[in-house]
Design a binder for this molecule. Structure first.
Ligand SMILES: NC(=O)c1ccc[n+]([C@@H]2O[C@H](COP(=O)([O-])OP(=O)(O)OC[C@H]3O[C@@H](n4cnc5c(N)ncnc54)[C@H](O)[C@@H]3O)[C@@H](O)[C@H]2O)c1
Length: 430
């Protein structure tokens, strides 16, 4: 029964997607450039709206408001507490529980979408269909069919879309690309990457307390479920949606996606040929469905194996990547604890492999990064492609969803199998 409800809703969803794309195609060209078809000049004010004013949405909003000539005119969130929080520092902002009302406004140029993962695609497509430029949080979508639909819609539209993969704007990425492209690293056959965190014993990673005013009177629960099987209000699931497959992809879509997109961009990779993923809920058995201990392997064309591992039980090594090439290595670390000094260590370095590169010398990365939100705003003004394109959003989403599919199906999953998978496949383990 659960799945039956899901199927009907998914079919309807995909029909809506088709309509969304058609609607975009039918728009007059002038409607494709923000407010009333106007091109937004260097000194014009950009008027934004926020959909999903939770922790990240409010961070994104504050970041956006630090950029010159930007104003937030409207916020949509299904939880009254979140709307009131924004009102407390932006008293003139208009608030709505249903994002549709925000998207219907003609005086909004651009939208930030920071809803839970299962809603990303819905508001991604609706924002483009409404002619808004878009900053859409990672992971681009909850499953593969949605990633395909969003990519198609973005291709058919002239809107500027930045995905919330902010490491695409980092200086370290420019360093890595430079060393790979100038041949210093040689043939890379393996990339190791990892991400580790810890929490006090008994307190699972990500678990948030349910606020006392989180109840059906203050939350539009149906709009949160958005076609997921209808169940009575559950404040714990609403606040801790990250822990449940229906709404989340766990740490793969929360964190691996940042690193995998970074690796894809550095090496100019496309889609993986196959994925495996093992692990489980090993750290805190608190009722969560998504694993806290993970080992992923992604096989890419042209002899590249990318590994990603993650634990919520130990934080010593922070996160990082090692690109292992025949002529050299790239070591990128962030937040690891230095074994000797105990100090926080971060940065990117190149080390030659003396056996094939006897004259090579070590290098420290020096490229400056740019602020990801500033990059989006600049692109809204000059209509260029932002740093985290829909294409990198798509490639990283497919790699993430293939990994989760391998875990849920307890087997190696090929690209072809993953592309043919139905949304139900991401709902629960086989
Ligand atoms: N780029 C990054 O580094 C980064 C960091 C953290 C989170 N994120 C992403 O941001 C997104 C939000 O994460 P969060 O931690 O802020 O979650 P959150 O639960 O704090 O916020 C989500 C908000 O969306 C609201 N919401 C739910 N359904 C809605 C609907 N139908 N319409 C409008 N609003 C709705 C909720 O009430 C909530 O306020 C996630 O996709 C997450 O992966 C990205």
């Amino acid at each position: 029964m659960e799945n039956e409800g899901m199927k009907i809703n998914r079919r309807e969803f995909l029909e809506q997607v088709g309509m969304g794309v058609a609607a975009i195609g039918a728009l007059p060209a002038t409607e494709l450039f923000g407010l009333n078809g106007r091109a937004i000049g260097a000194n014009d004010r950009i008027r934004i709206g926020l959909i999903g004013a939770g922790d990240r949405g409010q961070q994104d909003l504050k970041d956006a408001l630090k950029q010159p000539n930007v104003e937030c005119v409207a916020v949509a969130d299904v939880f009254s507490q979140r709307r009131e929080q924004v009102k407390s520092y932006l008293p003139n902002v208009e608030t709505y529980d249903d994002p549709r009302r925000l998207l219907d406004r003609k005086d909004i140029d651009a939208v930030i979408n920071a809803t839970p993962l299962h809603l990303h695609a819905k508001y991604f497509l609706a924002s483009l269909a409404a002619g808004k430029d878009l900053y859409s949080e990672k992971t681009m979508t909850w499953d593969i069919p949605e990633a395909v639909a969003c990519r198609n819609a973005a291709k058919a539209s002239k809107q500027v879309v930045q995905i919330g993969l902010q490491h695409e704007s980092s200086g370290e990425l420019a360093d890595a690309k430079q060393w790979i492209q100038n041949g210093s690293v040689g043939k890379i056959t393996m990339v190791e990457s990892w991400m580790s965190r810890n929490t006090p014993l008994g307190q699972g990673q990500w678990v948030r307390p349910v606020p006392s005013d989180c109840n059906p009177a203050n939350v539009n629960w149906d709009l949160f479920l958005d076609g997921r099987p209808k169940v009575p209000f559950d404040g714990y699931k609403f606040i801790n949606w990250r822990l449940f497959w229906e709404f989340s992809g766990g740490n793969i879509t929360e964190n691996m996606v940042h690193q995998i997109s970074w690796i894809i961009s550095a090496m100019d990779l496309q889609l993986p040929k196959a994925a495996t993923m093992m692990g489980g809920v090993f750290s805190e058995k608190d009722g969560r469905q998504v694993p806290d201990t993970i080992g992923v392997s992604l096989e890419y064309p042209n002899d590249v194996l990318v590994l990603w591992q993650s634990t919520f039980n130990n934080r010593r090594y922070g996160l990082g990547e090692h690109f292992l090439g025949s002529k050299g290595s790239i070591e990128h670390v962030s937040g690891s604890t230095d074994m000797v000094t105990g100090k926080y260590s971060s940065g990117i370095n190149y080390y030659p492999e003396k056996i094939n590169n006897p004259d090579g010398a070590p290098h420290k990365g020096e490229n400056p990064g740019v602020n990801h939100m500033a990059n989006w705003m600049a692109c809204i003004r000059d209509r260029k492609q932002p740093n985290a394109t829909v294409e990198i959003g798509y490639l990283s989403a497919i790699a993430a969803h293939m990994s989760n599919l391998a875990y849920l199906q307890k087997r190696r999953v090929t690209l072809e199998e993953a592309m043919a998978a139905k949304p139900e496949a991401w709902m629960k383990p086989v």
